[in-house]
Design a protein around this ligand. Structure first.
Ligand code: ADP
Ligand code: MG
Length: 238
């Protein structure tokens, strides 16, 4: 489970139309990257998929069901932000457990899930620390851990690595790709970083001012960009 279909989805803020009608089919298990310059509507579309923002028109289907009336917590999706959004006063363990406690999951199951996430993300030595005692990369792992324990049908990442320094970014990129391989869960990954897009994506959707210019595999976009904008963004010689 984890297919997401956008049907003529639009978004306006007041008179300003920031998402033009967008149609897109995201397959179950796919790693799709949304790339495009700042302000082109990537985060807005991701937030609409998450249910954090209403659509102005059009439909979003999750696993074939219209999600319009489904609140964020019931969509089965987990969002990971650039800002981590961790609770500073809580230990790593409690940050990860928070969504589970709220969902009234039993303490034994919570312990099991924390242990599993800590193992996957190499957080075993940090479970009793507070976020302030962690590096940026470790904090981002905690944020991902908090998403993993919910076993979402899709992960939504909004520029998760843009606060990290360059070498850490490379490591975390690999870790997220590994995570995708091992979980085989749908991931939508927003970035303005062309290298991230080219190295991580099964398919890339290139955004420009509220539309998707082209969707395809990194190789397809590189070899056959539909226009100069896509070529420029992907770094294709055409
Ligand atoms: P991106 O993530 O690609 O940088 P965004 O989705 O954040 O772009 O923003 C797309 C456009 O929508 C921008 O012009 C931004 O200013 C505008 N926008 C985003 N959120 C709001 C809001 N809550 N109210 C008004 N305008 C917004
Ligand atoms: Mg954004």
């Amino acid at each position: 489970m984890g297919s997401i279909t956008l049907k003529k989805v639009t978004k306006s803020f007041g008179d300003v139309n920031v998402i033009k009608p967008i149609d897109l089919e995201i397959k179950d298990g796919e790693f799709i990257v949304f790339v495009g310059p700042s302000g082109c509507g990537k985060s807005t579309l991701l937030r609409m998929i998450a249910g954090l923002e209403d659509t102005t028109s059009g439909n979003i289907e999750i696993d074939g069901n219209d999600a319009t009336a489904t609140p964020p917590a019931k969509r089965g999706l987990a969002m990971v932000f650039q800002s981590y959004a961790l609770y500073p006063h809580m230990s790593v363990r409690n940050n990860i457990a928070f969504p589970l406690k709220r969902a009234k999951v039993s303490p034994e199951v919570i312990e099991e899930k924390i242990a599993n996430a800590a193992k996957i993300l190499n957080l075993n030595d940090y479970l009793d620390r507070k976020p302030g005692q962690l590096s940026g990369g470790q904090r981002q792992r905690v944020a991902i851990g908090r998403a993993i324990v919910r076993q979402p049908s899709a992960f939504l990442f909004d520029e998760p690595l843009s606060n990290l320094d360059a070498s850490l970014r490379v490591n975390m990129r690999l870790e997220i790709s590994e995570l995708h391989k091992s979980l085989a869960t749908t991931m939508i990954y927003v970035t303005h970083d062309q290298v991230e897009a080219m190295t991580m994506a099964d398919r890339i959707a290139v955004f420009n001012a509220g539309i998707i210019e082209q969707v395809g595999t990194p190789l397809e976009l590189y070899n056959n960009p539909v226009n100069r904008f896509v070529a420029g963004f992907i770094g294709s010689p055409k």
